[in-house]
Design a protein around this ligand. Structure first.
Ligand SMILES: Nc1ncnc2c1ncn2[C@@H]1O[C@H](COP(=O)(O)OP(=O)(O)OP(=O)(O)O)[C@@H](O)[C@H]1O
Ligand SMILES: [Mg+2]
Length: 297
């Protein structure tokens, strides 16, 4: 597997576990790319180094925090370039205005992240890419977009090719720059879809609590619905086995109920249990120790 996506509800441990996993793979000799698609980046915080964009952290470990603003600018440029080959000048002006409005619209971040992630995964050199995703819904939305967008572009290409054939028959000029751009994008999305569907592993992370358990069920069935199977889950922040403190004794009772539910709901899946630790897991060395101890994947 070349790409590993870690997903799950807010605060369950996605950034910690994906960072530790990336460190582990780099230590094992793999060339690793650790990518955060969450607009609220925390890779810099966890490695205690300013990443902002892309940064080589160690010999075989590169971290990327997708910069939405920078990427959105280049996305707008691409859309304008395509539009200049599709529409008249007046329409292009209108489109430029529209792009300014788009900047403020919800959902545009998803599109830009998708664009950037696909570009990174297709063009960069690495053995393993580890993707620290934003909380659940967002990621599912992203993966769905891959399939839909590729399908839509294929339809547009079909139509444009028909038009080109008609033009050829009429003896008109047949060079179609817009078609070339669209074909290039369709090829890229297709390659990305292939990576997502055949070379990726999606690992949900949850805590043994009501809401994360329910959300993980939805996440797994949502992924299944779009053709992605989950075979491993990570249960993080499990309380100590026999606590003495009355507060923890009570919490452990509640937790047991959810651990049982996890066994039942996610039967047949490989489960990795990680205890709630006393210390914070920040910095390369701590991440490495954490991974060695708890991440047998
Ligand atoms: N096993 C653990 N033991 C103790 N603390 C942990 C453990 N796993 C994660 N944490 C801590 O929990 C907090 C949340 O973890 P993290 O930032 O990795 O979650 P996240 O899923 O990426 O959150 P977000 O959804 O906000 O991106 C962090 O302070 C982290 O240090
Ligand atoms: Mg995070």
């Amino acid at each position: 597997m070349r790409v590993v996506f870690f997903g799950g509800k807010g605060g369950v441990g996605k950034t910690t576990i994906s960072s530790a996993y990336a460190v582990k793979k780099a230590e094992e000799g793999k060339e690793v790319l650790l990518i955060s698609t969450d607009p609220a980046h925390s890779l810099s915080d966890i490695f205690q180094e300013e990443i902002k964009g892309e940064k080589k952290l160690r010999d075989r470990l590169t971290a990327v925090e997708i910069d939405i603003e920078v990427e959105f600018e280049s996305y707008k440029e691409k859309v304008l370039k395509l539009s200049s080959h599709l529409f008249s000048f007046q329409t292009r002006q209108t489109l430029e205005d529209l792009l300014h409005t788009l900047e403020e619209s919800p959902g545009i971040e998803d599109v830009v992240i998708l664009e950037t992630l696909s570009r990174i995964l297709i063009t960069k050199n690495y053995d393993i890419a580890v993707v620290d995703t934003a909380p659940t819904g967002h990621t599912l939305g992203l993966l769905k977009t891959v399939r839909n967008a590729s399908g839509i572009l294929r339809e547009v290409i079909k139509i444009k090719k028909r038009i080109r054939t008609l033009r050829e028959m009429a003896g008109n000029e047949t060079k179609d720059t817009a078609l070339e751009i669209i074909e290039e994008r369709e090829k890229r999305l297709n390659t990305f879809a292939r990576i997502v569907y055949t070379e990726s592993l999606f690992i949900p992370i949850l805590n043994p609590e009501k809401l994360p358990v329910l959300e993980t069920r939805r996440l797994i069935s949502g992924l299944k619905h779009i053709g992605i199977d989950v075979n491993t889950i990570i249960v993080n922040k499990v309380l100590p086995q026999n606590p003495k403190d009355p507060f923890l004794v009570k919490r452990k009772e509640v937790e047991k109920k959810y651990l049982k539910e996890i066994e039942e709901f996610f039967r047949g899946m490989r489960k990795l249990y990680i205890p709630l630790l006393e210390e914070e897991i920040v910095g390369y060395e701590r991440l490495m120790n954490f991974a060695r101890k708890f991440l047998s994947i």
